[in-house]
Design a protein around this ligand. Structure first.
Ligand code: 6V0
Length: 332
């Protein structure tokens, strides 16, 4: 078996193209955190913003433009008209309806599908060669919806998925072991949110598989400690929302790191939402779930064949079934 199962992808656009452009759809808390992180990282020549609220949109654009003296040079434009997104390399969708009190998850999902029907076709029309990145929740299902609406090949439609959950996981494991989070390799895969799967056996620090090391040295650890850390990963988003009303900074950095890997052809591995059918025995329909995927200029280049336990694979298949059931209720 190959280390990475390559995904069919067309050759990357000519490397002679110098002008890089990202469009962000939805300039709420999440969209603006992504925008500002991208600007500080000198990633693109042009940043276009789209929202349905023209005044808020113009206010955000001006506020960013006024920081020009402190930032790498980037042209920032904004409009409610999708023409502003023309020739983007990457389009990031963060637009989303807010859950009404008492509203069911399915109803919210249906409203967001309605929004995506207005958003994805014009993005594809104006940037037929772009990569689409979906951030809006529920991210796995909306990535599937965006893929269907776009007609793009699967390598060019990516959900930000558990990239954020994994960074939360790495920082909690790092705190626990008193090391730097950047030195912790650890993945959360599967559905972004409540039913995500933590890959415990894959955690390594300085190339040392942590649980294997503890077992070998007969250093005891409790299964409950591991479960507690995973629970914390799941709950910390709720905690932030309870405390400040929304989450923004961590998702901003998380999505900017995905954008960098794609546009700078970094070929790094990130857990992101991809068409998961065929991996780990996932069958029964087209379902997007996060798996460790290699990202580069052509979008998703492949999926890393990370060994997982039968229990973990079973959890993945269970999430896939739940998502497929919801997708079946969406209709056309
Ligand atoms: P927000 O602050 O309400 O922003 C949403 C924005 O979308 C608003 O500015 C709206 O005006 C805009 N909008 C609504 N309809 C349209 C439309 N048709 N066209 C263009 N813009 C439109 O929400 P926030 O920014 O906090 O969250 C955005 C989405 O990101 C939500 O679905 C969150 O659940 C999701 N998140 C996803 C995360 C992930 O890791 N995948 C993490 C955090 C939040």
């Amino acid at each position: 078996d190959a280390l990475i199962t390559s995904i069919n992808h067309s050759s990357p656009p000519s490397s002679t193209k110098r002008h890089l452009k990202i469009s962000i759809i939805g300039t709420g808390n999440v969209g603006m955190a992504i925008a500002q992180t991208i600007l500080t990282q000198d990633l693109v020549d042009e940043l276009a913003l789209v929202d349905a609220l023209p005044e808020k949109l113009r206010g955000e654009m001006l506020d960013l433009q006024h920081a020009a003296a402190f930032l790498p040079r980037t042209t920032i434009s904004a409009s409610t008209d999708y023409a502003v997104t023309a020739n983007s390399d990457l389009c990031i969708v963060t637009a989303g309806a807010r859950q009404n009190p008492g509203e069911s998850r399915l109803n919210l999902l249906q409203r967001n599908v309605g929004l995506f029907k207005k958003i994805v076709p014009p993005l594809v029309q104006y940037s037929p060669d772009c990569t689409l990145m979906v951030v809006s929740n529920p991210v796995d299902i909306l990535t599937y919806v965006a893929w269907k609406l776009s007609g793009f090949t699967t390598n060019r439609v990516i959900g930000s998925g558990t990239n954020l959950d994994s960074s939360r996981f790495r920082s909690l494991v790092a705190d626990h072991l008193d090391v730097n989070a950047q030195d912790v390799q650890a993945y959360i895969i599967g559905e972004h949110g409540d039913s995500s799967v933590a890959l415990w056996s894959g955690i390594s620090i300085a190339g040392v598989p942590v649980l294997n090391f503890l077992d070998k040295k007969q250093i005891p650890y409790k299964k409950e400690t591991l479960e507690k850390i995973h629970k914390e990963v799941v709950n910390c988003a709720y905690e932030v929302i309870k405390l400040k009303g929304y989450t923004s900074w961590a998702v901003g950095y998380s999505v900017a790191s995905l954008a960098r890997s794609i546009l700078r052809d970094q070929r790094r591995i990130h857990p992101v939402s991809v068409l998961a059918k065929g991996f780990y025995g996932i069958e029964g329909g087209d379902v997007f779930l996060s798996l460790p995927a290699q990202l580069g200029r052509a979008g998703i280049l492949g999926v890393a064949n990370v060994p997982i336990s039968e229990e973990e694979a079973e959890q993945l298949r269970k999430s896939a079934t739940t998502i497929l059931e919801l997708q079946a209720q969406l209709g056309d």
